[in-house]
Design a protein around this ligand. Sequence first.
Ligand code: FAD
Length: 585
Amino acid sequence: MIVHNHEVVIIGAGMAGLRAALEVSKVGDVAVLTKVYPTRSHSGAAQGGMAAALGNLDGDNWEFHMFDTVKGSDYLGDQDAIEFMCRNAPELMYEVEHMGTPFSRTPEGKIAQRRFGGHTLNFGEKPALRACYSADYTGHVVLHCLYDQCVKNSVRFYSEFQVTYLIVKDGICRGIAAWDIRNGGLHVFNTKAVLFATGGYGRVYRITSNALANTGDGLGLALRAGLPLEDMEFVQFHPTGLYRSGILMTEGARGEGAYLLNKDGERFMKRYAPTLMELAPRDLTSRSIQTEINEGRGVQSPEQQAKGEPGDAVYLDLRHLGREKLKAVLPQIFDIAENFMGIDPAKDPVPIQPTSHYSMGGIPVTIQGRVIRDAQSTEVPGLYAAGECACVSIHGANRLGCNSTLDATFHGRHVGRTIARDLPSLSYHDLPPEAMREAQAEMNWYFDRSSGTENVADIRGELQNTMQKNVAIFREEKALTAQLDIIQNLQRRFKNIHINDRNQRFNTEVMEAYELGNLLNFVETIVVGALEREECRGAHWRTDHPGRNDVEWLKHTLAYREDGKIRLDYKPVVITRFQPKERKY
Ligand SMILES: Cc1cc2nc3c(=O)[nH]c(=O)nc-3n(C[C@H](O)[C@H](O)[C@H](O)COP(=O)(O)OP(=O)(O)OC[C@H]3O[C@@H](n4cnc5c(N)ncnc54)[C@H](O)[C@@H]3O)c2cc1C
């Protein structure tokens, strides 16, 4: 086993990991491990923009942004954390600009800003122009800019290294083990500090906007190390995924003025969100679309028409924006509609359906980015998390569009500063031999599965299909309970998986199996959290428990895996300026 020493190891090279690496590289020796090449991280797929109340085109200010984020979160977001981010977002945006990000521009040369769901002026009065963007390639340009900066600062990258094991002993994180995908072999990293920046887990669902790599590995690693996961029941379904594939059609399309239509050509959002219409927050818009579909007003595919079956899509109508504007501000959306559906969006409306998109929950951290192990906020020395895999909590029960790239970059920078501050008081620790043996034994297990009989793709498919059916936009007790049984059965079957390929190099069969094992490990936290939370809040909607219940449920969930079962605990929500109110849009 090859052993490396780096003062700080960052797992993940998305916006959170890269921005943190940049900060730590100013004071210490930092290595970034990533299972895909850095610029292929999912952050690069972000289309619509990054929120900051620059007020370049209207009278926006950070307090409106804070209010919208709190209200968008259905009052579950921690308001001290939200204030900290929104207040400092403009300064962060200018920093990203000055590093070299080519933002789209206003006629006088300022950063251009567009509308996005749930972002308003004057505490809900009308939509705000808050999303800073670069056409619909925002994530791509910001990620490349951050990568350039890291290379300039001599950050050491281990690309195509898949972290498989977290070495924690006596409550202290001592390092990690990672599989070298390209050459084969397990490497151990002895380190003073580990930062999780491993992104989301959209691949738990069949219809998702997420990259294949988004399998929530960091969450599985944390849970296995005895740490809790926070608010896992809150999973965001983005309203507009391309029909069937789930590929994202950015909310920026609606920000530029696109409509949602049902099969009768009606702009149905007027019945659900009369003020903000298509620019209502995502939880509400996705539920509205699903309600149209469930009540028989969905758009039919040609096959459904032929068979007389009800439709399971609605239309995203971009036609009135005109070809020239579409090509200028939404070029990627234009191409996706043409290439994946054969539709010219300047001529025809595009069928869409909600797609699993974002994880509000994750590894619980303090505002400073230090991982905590319980409701008393006991910190785990040397362990940090930022970006989509972390739960600060900014997004509470529902994230607003454009707040995630902001969250990842902002908290990436901030946790980088925390680590830089903590570093003098952190030290290397001995690596326990039993942990290294366990990490190696685990990989050996995968390479030794030629006599197994279960197919990895079948198990994964069943997990994704059943999660899509039982734990999606609308939830109820019977389906959630059934899903727990299904998962436990899949976990049993997983123990008998078959792996054909025994090559050490680029063995994607083993890596995918590892990812599935990981999904099966933490997915129960979503279901158990959803089963216990008997209310409707943000993206968590229990049809058998209507209404939000602040008396009993205005609290964060912490889920632990203990003795093979999920145990839940709760911690209070930080409320500073905005008392919970009914959410109307
Ligand atoms: C299609 C799409 C469009 C989006 N558009 C927007 C938008 O316009 N605005 C917005 O605010 N948000 C948007 N989001 C959400 C936002 O992009 C993400 O939440 C955010 O970029 C996540 O950043 P991150 O750094 O936390 O993780 P990611 O960018 O997902 O990076 C995760 C990193 O972790 C690494 N990793 C994971 N597991 C392992 C492992 N086991 N070993 C080693 N490395 C590992 C990966 O290789 C990768 O480098 C969008 C998301 C999607 C899917």
